[in-house]
Structures are given as C-alpha cells and as structure tokens.
Design a protein around this ligand. Structure first.
Ligand code: NAP
Length: 289
C-alpha cells in the first residue's frame, strides 16, 4: 500500500517512520536506534520523518538528522524519502518557536549538512510562530525552494486559514498535524477533507496517541475487541483506521524499539471491516482529547 506525497510524484509506503523517539531525552543507545531504522527499511518503509530539533537541547540540534544520515549511508539506501522540519528551537531542552525567515534559512542550511543532502525532498515549517507574520515564514520556505535547497514545502501544526494563506505563496505538498483515534480534530473540522480536495498529503503525527498517550489505547474496549478478532495489536488497528480515513493520509508512528515499528508496518495490510470502522468511529467522545 503506497501514498503519493501531494502532487510531487514521490511514492512512499503508506506507513512512515516517525524518528523523534530516537533522539529525545531517554533516547535509546546509538546501536539500538540504528537497528530501529534498519528494521523499518527492511520491512519496506520508505518515508522517514525527522526535524532539526529532535534532540535533547540546543547543543544537540541535528542529532536525529545525523542519525538518519548515517543509518541510510551505511545501507546505501536509495528510494527513501526523508522529510525534515525547521522553525523550533530547544533552549535548555524546552520547545520554542522561531519562524523568522533568517532563522529558517540558517536551520535549512544546517539540516542540509546534517542530512548530507544537496536538496531536502520535503521541508516542513514545524509550527507557526506567533511572533512572526506567518506569510513571512512561508515566504522563506518559498525562497529555499526557488534556490533548490528544498524540493517541496510542507506545513505542520496549521489550520485551514493558515494553509490557504500559505498556498497563495507556494505549492504545499503536505500538512503534518496530530491525529489519532482519540484526537480527531482535523477529521471533524474539515482540514483532512480540505487536504484531500487539494491534493495535499495529510501526515498524521502521534498516530497511536503520542509518547505517553499511546499507553491509553490498550484500555479502549472497541480497539481491544477488534485487535483480538484480527490477531493484531491495538496500535495496528488504530493505524489501519487512519489509513481507512483517506488515501492521502500518511501515518508516521514513532518507535524507539524495533518491535514497535515492525508491528506498525502490519497496519498497511490489515483489512478492517465496515463494522470495525463504525465501532472505532463511535468510540465514546469522553475518551477523546
Ligand atoms: N510536527 C510535530 O509537531 C510533531 C509532534 C510530535 C510528533 N511528530 C512526529 O510524529 C512521529 C510520531 O509521533 P510520536 O512519536 O509522538 O507518537 P506515536 O507515533 O503515537 O508513538 C508513541 C510511542 O508509541 C509506541 N508505539 C508506536 N507504535 C507501536 C506499536 N505498533 N506497538 C507498540 N508500541 C508502539 C512507541 O513506543 P517505543 O518508543 O517504546 O517504541 C512510540 O514511541 C514522531 O516520531 C515525529 O516524527 C511531529
């Protein structure tokens, strides 16, 4: 099962690897982190999501990008699309926004170096910065595209008005927002539909609930019942449900363990029945975020 990223012609396996847990505080040792990436690629994944700020703090910026570069280089991996982001900083480990055009340009240059690429296939604005006019940040990405530093522009943590404002400046290939069985904001507010109508890939982040949120899924009865019926995990069921919501949806489950990503890959071949989907659709709104 494959997805095309926006109108770029780039085809990727329908489940991507969210590489963030490999570089935050508490990250696995290097060898284990590389083994997760290796296992993902061996299983057929061809899309890796990263960001310059997936690291422990500002002294460690680019950790995740360098890890991916090294893992891909070791395998001479071709046909893998790496998407990164700029626009956040990590002073003392905090997450802060910096969408100033000069900062985005510098971040992109550093990402090119850390990824060992001449052009970044998909460069995403990590989040709008309230201190900077949004169109200024997007304009910076448009200039990076014109200069050939990035091939395609993506946005993250945006709403429909912001997406429309950006599209007036530059073609937008993807939107990356939080979306999972217990967080359906963009399925309910029309953003997922908007993306489908305009040929934009919707990249679902934290697709099994996020770093701590994923621990809630085994407690959701509808998921455990369906998982039992299919001899699958609740995570796989949650990912298959997202895939069912649109052919333009690309979930990027995170993993710091090989077993997690190898399980998530199976979602691409898990066929939910109509009754399964209805049952998940009806999960008590009280359980949702
Ligand atoms: N754009 C943004 O602002 C933004 C924000 C957050 C995340 N992201 C991106 O989205 C990716 C995914 O989000 P996330 O890592 O926050 O949350 P997630 O994908 O919901 O995963 C959270 C944790 O769930 C566990 N897990 C995932 N699949 C599993 C499976 N099949 N079986 C058992 N456990 C499983 C993993 O645990 P283990 O670590 O134990 O393997 C993983 O670390 C990130 O890696 C990052 O690339 C983007």
């Amino acid at each position: 099962m494959y997805r095309t990223i926006g109108n770029t012609g780039i085809r990727v396996f329908a489940i991507g690897l969210g590489a963030m847990p490999l570089s935050l505080a508490g990250r696995p040792p290097r060898e284990r982190a590389e083994a997760v990436i290796d296992a993902a690629l061996d299983a057929g994944l061809t899309f890796i999501d990263t960001a310059n700020c997936y690291c422990v703090d500002d002294h460690d910026i680019g950790h995740n990008e360098r890890l991916i570069r090294d893992a891909l280089r070791c395998r001479h991996a071709a046909g893998v699309t790496v998407a990164t982001k700029g626009g956040l900083t990590r002073p003392d480990g905090r997450w802060e926004r910096d969408g100033r055009p000069s900062s985005l340009q510098a971040a992109c240059e550093q990402s090119l170096q850390d990824l060992g690429l001449e052009t970044i296939p998909l460069y995403q604005l990590h989040a709008p910065d309230p201190a900077v006019p949004f169109t200024d940040s997007v304009g910076a990405l448009a200039r990076l595209r014109d200069a050939g530093k990035i091939a395609h522009v993506g946005l993250s943590n945006v709403d429909i008005p912001q997406l429309e404002a950006a599209r007036a400046i530059v073609p937008v290939a993807s939107v990356q927002n939080r979306c999972h069985v217990l967080c359906r904001r963009d399925l309910d507010n029309g953003l997922v539909d908007y993306c489908r109508q305009h040929g934009i890939t919707y990249i679902a982040y934290s697709p099994v609930g996020g770093g701590n949120g994923h621990k809630r899924l085994p407690g959701v009865a509808a998921l455990t019942e369906i998982a039992r019926a299919h001899a699958a995990s609740v995570y796989c069921v949650a990912l298959a449900w997202l895939l069912h919501k649109g052919e333009h949806i690309l979930p990027i489950p995170g993993a710091s363990r090989t077993t997690s990503i190898l399980d998530s890959v199976k979602a691409a071949s898990l066929k939910l029945t109509g009754a399964d989907v209805t049952s998940i659709d009806k999960i008590d709104a009280g359980l949702r975020q």
